[in-house]
Design a protein around this ligand. Structure first.
Ligand SMILES: Nc1ncnc2c1ncn2[C@@H]1O[C@H](COP(=O)(O)OP(=O)(O)OP(=O)(O)O)[C@@H](O)[C@H]1O
Ligand SMILES: O=P(O)(O)O[C@H]1[C@H](OP(=O)(O)O)[C@@H](OP(=O)(O)O)[C@@H](O)[C@@H](O)[C@@H]1OP(=O)(O)O
Ligand SMILES: [Mg+2]
Ligand SMILES: [Mg+2]
Length: 347
């Protein structure tokens, strides 16, 4: 569709790092060719004074931003906010994040899924109370309770024995470390599109290794995100670095799609990814360990076409709803009207 026949303006409000990785010329060009214009929201001005926007795409934090979105929605009842801040907030706490997985049911499969055993510790006193953690098997991973996108919220520690617990700073989640062959599956969800990729993860820890370690605590951060796309000019090289060229079998796609679809509906979110590991003790048991809002989509091969198609479908749906006199309300629980167009699997 030509630019003069534009049918959607999407305002994006992203932190500079996210903007750099996501807003690429290739995405802008493809979106434009399909009638979608992507426009940066000026963070120095009130959102409600900007536009007109048919949709707001955002990943910003804080009460001020929430208020701005509310004001914008009041003034523009037909605009779509992707996604609702209340729905995103669930992912800012590593306990509420995974609660939704525990409540999810996927029937008739030989594979099973769940979350690793975990507890939350709010203060130092509880950390020294053995009753709090005695039901956990070491090693455990200590994760900051808050997952608010700060560098701090990604700082993890592999803890080999309870003696090291006093080195941790609550509030934290202590999650049992599960051996999974050093490979993690990242499942990217964009509305009904689901794409699963392999990444490097922490290596397995054997019983002997636990007994033999000289350090009882190992700190790390974002292991599966070590390569930075900005530093790699060649797309193919980048995918080679990030995606393992090994023989690890992928989880069955229909199973992953069922989980993705269930999560999307339960969380009412369109844009997220989740990390899955396969429990090395059983060939068919999968554990979900992390869910991220608006992840690094640019690391997903062909992200431009997936995102563009999603925007186009969204605009069609919005147009229909407005014609029918409904206030546009598009959340992850809705079915976006699409035709089967590429190799991506639809939920
Ligand atoms: N329970 C677990 N058992 C084994 N390995 C784990 C477990 N939890 C996390 N890991 C490993 O630690 C890494 C970081 O954990 P997690 O994904 O929770 O952190 P994060 O900082 O939120 O990650 P992201 O960058 O995806 O947001 C995982 O990618 C995986 O390699
Ligand atoms: O850094 P990238 O853009 O690639 O994306 C990462 C994203 O960082 P950004 O939103 O700050 O950019 C992270 O978000 P925060 O938790 O820090 O909010 C988190 O979602 C990671 O899981 C993403 O990596 P992926 O899971 O896709 O490998
Ligand atoms: Mg993760
Ligand atoms: Mg995360």
């Amino acid at each position: 569709m030509a630019d003069n026949n534009k049918f959607g303006v999407i305002g994006y409000a992203l932190a500079p790092k996210k903007q750099n990785s996501f807003i690429r010329e290739s995405l802008l060009t493809l979106a434009k060719s399909r009638g979608i214009q992507l426009v940066r929201v000026d963070s120095n001005r009130s959102l409600a004074d900007q536009g007109p926007f048919d949709c707001i795409l955002h990943k910003l934090y804080g009460d001020d931003w929430k208020r701005q979105l509310q004001e914008f929605q009041t003034r523009n009842p037909n605009a779509v906010i992707l996604d609702a801040p209340e729905a995103i907030e669930r992912l800012h706490n590593r306990i509420s994040m995974l609660q939704v997985v525990s409540e999810l049911r996927v029937d008739d499969r030989t594979e099973t899924f769940g979350i690793p055993k975990q507890i939350v510790i709010y203060d130092k006193e509880t950390l020294s109370d053995s009753q709090a953690w005695e039901s956990l098997k070491f090693p455990v991973i200590a994760k900051p309770l808050v997952a608010d996108g700060s560098a701090k919220s990604h700082k993890m520690a592999l803890v080999f024995s309870h003696n090291a617990l006093n080195k941790l700073k609550p509030p934290i989640v202590l999650q049992e470390f599960v051996n999974h062959g050093g490979v993690i599956f990242k499942v990217y969800v964009v509305g009904e599109h689901v794409r699963c990729v392999k990444r490097k993860s922490l290596p397995d820890v054997s019983e002997e290794k636990v007994l033999g370690v000289s350090e009882d605590l190992l700190s790390f951060s974002q292991v599966s995100n070590l390569a930075n796309r900005d530093s790699v000019d060649d797309d193919e090289k980048f995918y080679q670095m990030m995606n393992l060229d090994d023989t690890t079998e992928m989880p069955p796609q229909p199973f992953i799609v069922d989980i993705a679809s269930g999560l999307r509906r339960a969380m009412k979110l369109n844009l997220f990814n989740f990390d899955v590991i396969r429990d090395a003790r059983y060939g068919n048991r999968y554990l979900i360990i992390d869910i991220n809002y608006f992840p690094g989509y640019a690391k997903m091969p062909g992200y431009e076409s997936v995102l563009t198609q999603f925007f186009v479908d969204l605009m069609h749906k919005k147009e229909l709803e407005v014609q029918e006199g409904n206030v546009a309300k598009i959340d992850g629980s809705d079915e976006v009207l699409t035709e089967e167009k590429d190799e991506d699997v639809k939920v």
